[in-house]
Design a protein around this ligand. Structure first.
Ligand SMILES: [Zn+2]
Length: 81
């Protein structure tokens, strides 16, 4: 969301960006809030490649790490079949 704000000091109009978020559960004080930057329905390799290309970081979130571990665990079975 964007809104235009008149600066009290110099009278110029500037744009401010903000986002409003509603929680669908109680958030505990000090709890870390996170969001996703890619389609979470894609597989882990696609998600991480997208994040690296778009936002220049290698994701280390719990979902990615769990999905990577699942792939490592499943890999020997896939090779055998
Ligand atoms: Zn991730």
């Amino acid at each position: 969301m964007e809104r235009k704000v008149k600066d009290e000091n110099n009278g110029r109009i500037r744009n401010e960006f903000f986002i409003r978020i509603w929680a669908n559960r109680r958030i505990e004080q000090g709890e870390l809030l996170t969001t996703h930057y890619t389609d979470c329905d894609r597989n882990v390799k696609e998600r991480r490649a997208d994040l690296l290309e778009t936002f220049y970081f290698e994701c280390g979130c719990t979902k990615c790490l769990n999905d990577l571990m699942a792939e490592v665990t499943l890999a020997p079975n896939e090779i055998a079949s």
